[in-house]
Design a protein around this ligand. Structure first.
Ligand code: WT7
Length: 666
């Protein structure tokens, strides 16, 4: 059914980490979370969630909490009505918090902008009126392909405000990936920018949108659903213009009225679609509801990040193009009335202390980032953060991949000054919000463990037969009861939703992660057990990259694995067989690697570019023709290769290893 968890010798690996950090007494005295949360949730799980949902602002209150009669599709609070943007913005102005800063925006070149909640209300209202003027309405899909600038947040909230469904596509994806997502969701409008700032240069976006929506060699007809492309001027770079289709954001939005009545939607109305890689070549359009999703987002943000909206300055370094940006920049924090930092650029532009400089400058108190970033900073050396005053920090978070104890300890000591609790938060695009995490002020934290299900969440680690494993043992991570922010499905593909998540274990949601319970019952994540890689906290599908590779004329066959990497957690390693009858037959290994990297970048995006490309004569397969990824992973990680008896031709492995050792790879 599923492979072994990679990145770990075996699921039953025994951890040797025994350190534990009890909560700081002073922190605990003021913490939003207490042990009572767990008790309340245990006493009446549904009532616990109803209470969390009632913290939102509802137009029509709900009377039913959960309808699970159509399992595995859940409906939460379904007879209530509300609006996501009203909760994130209007409510604060209505209740007298309009002057509070919502965003301290920092552009990569150093430009800054301060937006209060009252400013946000004016901006989202104008943008909503602008979208309506373009004929966008309730239920329409809008693709958003923007850099990390305030307009990205404003565009998402404006969609939510009119009941349109946003589909944000991360700016690092290619034109082809964007096209695929536009077509799948049948987006009526694409919102983009001329470009974004990245590492001191201008990253083009509009040209990629042009390529995505126009007729090309790949796609003989233009994207059928797209009526307009709305373009934010960010970098000022020259941009081709398609009259009648392309419109400047400032021409459409600026003249609009800054008054707009939100569209009240039923709780189950789709708020957004977000595409993520699965085990096949086609990305899945996961879609989330309004009421349940917002409940999970706001509730977990308040408890896990201990947000005190009057005094905290919160910074989540994720991009809004990923679920972390949706839940922990846009919806959770804004519903809680949080003041945030929003930063456009990379951590090393113009210097490697940029992030710490921003923390010092804005007095950031709560900081949420990914293990890959932490390991990169470790590599750069602690003398860099040491130059800045980071004493404003009081809580640190980690997300996206397992954090190794060494990185956790470094984060605690160097960034957190040995005083900040660390929350290692496990969740997925599918789960919508954090499901596993210590609660700051309550849980004694362990370096490297995401520890405990959130109050109201029922999870377990089970064996192949779906039986709960004992403490000290490993297995598969599952969720045993529905939760408010769970995905409602895969856009347009109910069957795939059921088969991906619900067919592995009877009545349980299968997360795709291997995990282990330690002797206290705390959960340690061991990585994906399916054909999904996790590179720098971003999910990539082996099949998708293989498809991209074989679409290059030089390639006869390709196999992709995620091999462990010191910095990025996992790295993409590709084994390719070059066609002997084509123009690439005489190319050197380096030329092949170079051409294929460019090709993958064009097909999927730079995030999917293989770190290593190995030219081999054959790819190892089982007798039934399935690629033996575990073996390839072992080769890529220079481990001894185990049992190869199921291999159709066992000499293949020797040949591959020889190639690796003679440095033929790249
Ligand atoms: C996969 C979900 C949810 C935010 C970003 C990624 C891995 C996520 C952790 C963590 C160990 C983690 C899992 C999960 N993951 N957080 N704290 N410890 N692994 O979202 O792209 O939907 O990927 O990321 O493997 O299944 P995503």
């Amino acid at each position: 059914m599923v492979n072994d968890a990679h990145g770990s010798p075996a699921l039953s690996a025994i951890h040797t980490e025994t350190r534990s950090f009890p909560p700081n007494v002073r922190f605990a005295a003021h913490a939003n979370a207490t042990n009572f949360e767990y008790k309340k949730a245990e006493a009446d799980r549904l009532e616990y969630w109803a209470e969390a949902a009632k913290r939102l602002s509802w137009r029509e209150p709900f009377t039913e909490i959960l309808d699970w009669s159509k399992a595995p599709v859940s409906r939460w609070f379904h007879d209530g009505t509300l609006n996501a943007c009203d909760n994130a913005v209007d409510r604060h102005v209505r209740e007298g918090r309009g002057d509070r800063v919502a965003f301290h925006f920092v552009g990569e070149p150093g430009d800054t902008q301060t937006l209060t909640y009252a400013d946000m209300l004016r901006e989202v209202s104008k943008a909503a009126n602008g979208l309506i003027s373009l004929g966008v309405g309730k239920g329409d899909r809008v693709a958003i392909y923007l850099p990390q600038i305030p307009e990205a947040v404003i565009a998402m909230l404006a969609c939510a405000r009119i009941g349109a469904v946003h589909s944000v596509v991360f700016g690092g994806f290619s034109a082809e990936s964007l096209r695929q997502r536009i077509d799948d969701a049948e987006a009526k409008l694409v919102i983009t920018a001329d470009g974004g700032n990245r590492r001191g240069t201008h990253l083009p976006l509009k040209p990629l949108v042009d390529e995505a929506v126009s007729a090309t060699e790949h796609h003989p007809t233009p994207a059928a659903s797209v009526e307009n492309v709305l373009v934010v001027r960010r970098t000022g770079q020259d941009t081709e213009w398609h009259e009648g289709r392309d419109l400047w954001w400032h021409d459409v939005v600026d003249p609009q009225s800054d008054v707009h009545e939100p569209e009240w939607v039923e709780a189950e109305h789709p708020l957004f679609i977000l595409y993520t890689s699965g085990t096949t070549g086609k990305p899945k359009g996961l879609w989330h509801s309004t009421g349940g999703y917002l409940t999970g987002a706001a509730h977990t943000h308040r408890l896990v990040f201990d947000i005190k909206p009057e005094t905290d300055v919160y910074w989540c370094s994720a991009d809004v193009g990923w679920i972390t940006g949706h839940t922990y920049i846009v919806y959770g924090p804004m519903i809680n009335g949080t003041t945030q930092v929003l930063y456009e650029g990379t951590p090393d532009t113009p210097h490697q202390g940029r992030w710490w400089e921003i923390i010092q400058e804005y007095g950031v108190t709560v900081f949420y980032t990914a293990p890959t970033a932490i390991r990169t900073f470790m590599k750069w050396g602690e003398s860099i953060p040491d130059q800045y005053d980071l004493t404003s920090l009081r809580l640190l978070g980690s997300v996206g991949e397992p954090i190794n104890p060494a990185a956790w300890m470094w984060y605690r000591r160097v960034i957190g000054g040995d005083k900040c609790p660390i929350v290692d938060t496990w969740w997925q695009t599918e789960t919508g919000s954090i499901l596993l995490s210590p609660l700051p002020g309550v849980t004694a934290t362990k370096p490297g463990s995401a520890q405990t299900p959130m109050p109201g969440i029922v999870m377990d680690v089970v064996d192949d037969a779906g039986r709960s494993v004992s403490n000290g043992e490993g297995g598969y991570l599952v969720i045993k009861e529905p939760w408010p922010s769970m995905l409602r499905g895969i856009w347009g593909d109910h069957h795939r939703y059921v088969s991906t998540y619900w067919n592995h274990f009877d009545g349980m949601y299968f997360a795709g992660d291997g995990a282990k319970k330690d002797i206290d019952g705390d959960i340690w994540l061991l990585g994906r057990v399916d054909d999904v890689m996790n590179v720098s906290g971003h999910r990539l599908s082996t099949a998708e990259i293989e498809h991209a590779l074989v679409s290059h004329e030089w390639v006869a066959e390709a196999a992709v694995v995620g091999a462990s990497d010191e910095t990025t957690g996992q790295a993409v390693v590709a084994f390719v067989v070059v066609r002997t009858d084509g123009s690439g037959a005489d190319a050197s290994g380096e030329e092949v690697a170079d051409a294929l990297r460019k090709h993958v970048r064009k097909e999927i995006g730079s995030i999917a570019k293989p770190r290593t490309i190995l030219v081999v004569n054959e790819v190892p397969k089982t007798r039934s023709g399935k690629i033996m990824r575990r073996l390839l992973r072992d080769v890529a990680e220079h481990r001894d290769v185990g049992d190869v008896t199921t291999l159709a031709d066992s000499s293949v492995m020797d040949a591959i290893r020889d190639g690796l050792e003679s440095g033929k790879g790249d």
